[in-house]
Design a protein around this ligand. Structure first.
Ligand code: F6R
Length: 241
């Protein structure tokens, strides 16, 4: 079930997402599913502010990130491990051993199995998601089976183009593969916060909310989830009927 909220500015969108997150942070020992990319940065800023101003502690909180590029060293400036530290973990009191980010190096097939097994030991209380302009969630590109678990994914040209902005606008520097939670892994979360802003997300948002449930739009699987808060700006909501 979708609860759709439309706001004027990115800051307001981020604050709405934070309100849902705050409800989960108030629970005992919550498990957070986290995303990278531009969409959740404002939410993470709110979480850091709340930690500083209200003393919300992350000492007992576990986090699981959605995905990671294959082949970048962990400390590469564009790895998702680095992204999470620079945008959240370095500014809150989370112990490093509570942080889980898929490993995109070494025996990556085995890493998929290990990550899924670790994830399965817990229930994610809230999963933060963004959406790709092609309808992907995490790095589950169109065509990914709905019953997929953590797996390797060849990234679509469109996704690599969208992400080239982080790699000197050079698509050739964007890794071609990623390790990602699967769609079934994501659907196990108790609650989902989807954040989407900007006109380039409008078609994907329409597909997710109003389109046919189909692997051609991976985000459409969320139509089957009992608790999804979708926070949009007007541009991302512009094609909704
Ligand atoms: C990132 C992730 C991706 C992004 C999506 C949108 O961990 O899983 O699915 O959420 O590509 O990216 P942004 O927010 O940068 O537009």
């Amino acid at each position: 079930m979708f609860n759709v909220i439309v706001k004027d500015t990115y800051d307001e969108v981020s604050f709405e997402a934070f309100k849902v997150m705050k409800g989960v942070l108030n629970q005992e020992k919550p498990v957070l599913g986290l995303a990278t990319g531009s969409s959740p940065v404002g939410l993470y800023k709110e979480m850091i502010k709340d930690h500083k101003e209200n003393g919300t502690s992350y000492k007992d909180i576990l986090t699981f990130n959605l995905d990671e590029y294959i082949g970048l060293p962990r400390d590469h400036e564009q790895s998702y491990w680095t992204f999470m530290h620079e945008n959240l973990f370095d500014f809150i009191d989370i112990p490093e051993e509570n942080v889980h980010v898929p490993l995109g190096n070494g025996d990556v097939e085995q890493n998929c199995i290990d990550y899924e097994n670790e994830l399965k030991k817990h229930v994610v209380d809230v999963q933060v998601l963004g959406i790709g302009s092609d309808g992907h969630i995490a790095f589950n590109e169109p065509g990914t089976p709905f019953d997929s678990l953590t797996h390797l994914m060849d990234l679509e040209e469109q996704t690599r183009q969208d992400n080239a902005r982080f790699f000197d606008n050079d698509i050739n520097q964007v890794p071609e593969r990623a390790i990602t939670m699967g769609l079934a892994s994501i659907m196990r979360a108790r609650k989902i916060i989807m954040i989407a802003t900007g006109a380039n997300k409008a078609d994907a948002v329409k597909g997710m909310l109003e389109g046919e449930k189909t692997t051609a739009c991976p985000a459409s699987i969320l139509q089957d989830h009992p608790d999804v808060t979708v926070v949009l700006d007007k541009e991302a909501a512009s094609k909704l009927g």
